[in-house]
Design a protein around this ligand. Structure first.
Ligand SMILES: Cc1ncc(COP(=O)(O)O)c(C=O)c1O
Length: 398
């Protein structure tokens, strides 16, 4: 079956921060009103319609126009279990291991509330997803950053000596592991996940593994679920997933956690129940059932080569610009180039460059809130013709 990844959707006025906010005052430059065909390449959602399997499942449910209180149906859990087995090879899971979460970030905080005390320090790798630092600060936890470092081949790696020092000296008991990693796009290899989980075991760390990006793998890269590397990893890790990034569904929510550790799961359930807010929405449930069906899977398999091509087009372009340094992502649809040398060569600041890009309607994201000095984050999830258009506009600026 053919899927549509070429339509350029008009998203302005259709409930999309990624487009509506371009023209508004905010902590970013502004796209002028004269630019009517902006390229939203910042916030991490896709400019593709969701899979037909999703709209079909929601549409069928809408035909029965009663939306009262409900409990998640068996098909909801079956869809998640099917997906985890098909995409991640996980045949060890049961319905009891799965719980709905309103969002991954909320789920992470819920888990921290169970395993930490307020004001505790929590290890993160930086550059770091801005949502983690924001939500940690908002909830009274302190993020301790362990910088990823590029090896001789330019591959982002964890610095185990630095992590060891920080965890020991700062009495850290919990770590957020982002796999694949946003914003660098690193897909951790099996040996790296094993080494990381050995480290977690040695220091008795609770691991909150955010695997929201794990379906979005470029050029055949493989995801290694954190819980899969050992029985100890399975018991000390709470994993978070969602169909929202993969299927353009962030506006519907629909995240979930996997926790095979029964005692931990019971404590997480208790904590999640306290607010009375963490409840599944009936249309979100049907979006999950549709997304994780075999038809949804076929759509994803068709999407991934499009994303890989888009990322390649942007990588080839950026790597050809003197002074721009970029390690291509292995997963996600985000690129995280470093403009330090470019700024020096041109005597311009990162803000100068960002302002010029937005003025031309290319909305790329400031990397500094992600702790990437002189970096920008670029979203490649647009129809390929729009990515080529972005390259042409950026060529004039850079
Ligand atoms: C690594 C990561 N985790 C979590 C989220 C947000 O997830 P949610 O909307 O389910 O809270 C994002 C969104 O960009 C993300 O990149």
């Amino acid at each position: 079956m053919d899927f549509d990844f070429t339509t350029v959707w008009e998203r302005r006025g259709h409930d999309a921060i990624a487009v509506d906010a371009l023209y508004e005052e905010g902590p970013h430059p502004r796209v002028p009103e004269t630019v009517t065909d902006p390229l939203p390449m910042w916030i991490a959602d896709m400019n593709f319609a969701t899979a037909p399997a999703v709209t079909k499942a929601i549409g069928e449910r809408l035909a029965h126009p009663l939306f009262g209180y409900f409990a998640p149906r068996g098909e909801y859990y079956e869809a998640i279990l099917r997906w985890q087995k098909a995409r991640n090879g996980r045949s060890d899971l049961t319905k009891e291991d799965i719980r709905f979460e309103n969002g991954v970030l909320g789920g992470v905080i819920n888990a921290l509330n169970v395993c930490c005390s307020r004001a505790d320090k929590v290890l993160v790798h930086s550059p770091v997803y801005v949502g983690f630092t924001g939500v940690l600060a908002n909830n009274g936890y302190q993020a301790v950053h362990s910088p990823l470092i590029k090896d001789a081949q330019g591959v982002w790696r964890m610095d185990f000596d630095d992590m060891e020092k920080k965890v020991t000296e700062q009495k850290i008991h919990a770590v957020i592991f982002c796999s694949p990693h946003n914003p660098t796009g690193r897909v951790w290899e099996k040996e790296e996940v094993e080494a990381f989980m050995d480290f977690a075991k040695r220091h008795d760390l609770t691991v909150l593994s955010d695997e929201i990006w794990s379906d979005l793998l470029l050029d055949g890269h493989k995801h290694v679920p954190t819980q899969s590397v050992s029985e100890d990893a399975r018991m000390r890790t709470v994993t978070f997933h969602a169909p929202t990034k993969t299927f353009s569904l962030a506006g519907l929510t629909g995240s979930y956690r996997i926790c095979p550790n029964k005692k931990m799961q019971e404590r997480l359930d208790r904590e999640a129940s306290l607010s009375h807010f963490n409840n599944l929405n009936v249309l979100s449930m049907y979006s999950v059932i549709g997304a994780f069906s075999p038809e949804g899977e076929a759509w994803l398999d068709a999407l991934l080569p499009v994303l890989s091509d888009n990322v390649r087009i942007l990588t080839d372009f950026l790597q050809g610009i003197p002074g721009v340094s970029l390690t291509p992502p292995e997963g996600t649809y985000m690129l995280f180039p470093d403009f330090t040398e470019w700024c020096r060569l041109h005597g311009r600041t990162l803000d100068d460059m960002l302002t010029a890009a937005w003025a031309a309607g290319v909305a790329i994201q400031d990397g500094r809130p992600f702790f990437g000095e002189n970096c920008v984050r670029i979203n490649a999830a647009l129809p390929t013709a729009r990515v080529r258009e972005a390259v042409e506009r950026l060529r004039k600026i850079l």
